[in-house]
Design a protein around this ligand. Structure first.
Ligand code: CA
Length: 220
């Protein structure tokens, strides 16, 4: 497994390289966004750990450029504490998970293992709910045959709701499906994703069940 560590603080970067190396990963590191962007484009990585505050080019821009270029490797972003806007921006830009600084190395390793598991656990099912068709293997959604543009987290939220169409799914359950481990989760982020999905899906597709969660209307 080959991993790219993008971190500009020398001490933290060295700690990350050492811990990941001991865990059996092949580690490349970059200390600025320009170098990171270049390495991501020319090398093949199984995972990327990406700090957002970087010299030359910030982490969010690096991530957006990779995703725009069709690079889909799992990316875990490192964010500042108490900044949920930054988390939402990172997730929107295509991050698969985030960790707030400071963090325990064991937690980072657990998150990375979970990302790799999820990456390889794709099933081949196609789910249909009324006009909505979700292809879990291609991570693709269509409504009446028209492709829908969703971020990876919007897709995950919709996938959970579709898998359990007609049932109420709590915000906590949605959180569990989106993030790998227990953490200082922001319930705000689920509301943000639901709000965005509602704008993209036919009206009244996602119902709010007060105090309980959300339900996808089952339409046959
Ligand atoms: Ca930094």
């Amino acid at each position: 497994m080959r991993i790219l560590v993008v971190e500009d603080e020398p001490t933290l970067s060295a700690q990350l390289s050492e811990a990941l190396g001991q865990a059996g990963y092949l580690v490349d590191s970059a200390a600025d966004g320009g170098r990171a962007h270049y390495l991501g484009e020319v090398e093949t990585y199984d995972l990327v750990v990406l700090d957002l505050g970087l010299p030359v080019m910030d982490g969010l821009t690096v991530l957006k450029k990779w995703r725009a270029a069709g690079l889909g490797m799992p990316v875990l972003i490192l964010t500042a504490r108490d900044n949920w806007h930054e988390k939402v921006a990172g997730i929107d830009a295509g991050a698969d998970d985030y960790l707030t600084k400071p963090f325990h190395m064991e937690e980072l390793l657990a998150r990375l293992r979970a990302l790799l598991r999820r990456q390889s656990a794709h099933t081949s099912a196609q789910w249909r709910c009324g006009p909505i068709m979700l292809d879990t293997r291609q991570a693709r959604v269509t409504v009446d045959g028209q492709a829908l543009s969703l971020t990876s987290h919007e897709f995950k939220v919709l996938a959970v709701l579709m898998q359990r169409a007609g049932e109420v799914v709590s915000r906590a359950e949605l959180n569990e499906h989106i993030y790998a481990q227990d953490q200082d989760r922001d319930s705000n982020t689920i509301e943000v994703f639901i709000g965005r999905l509602r704008k993209k899906l036919p009206p009244d597709t996602i119902e709010t069940v007060r105090g309980l969660g959300y339900r996808l209307a089952r339409t046959e």
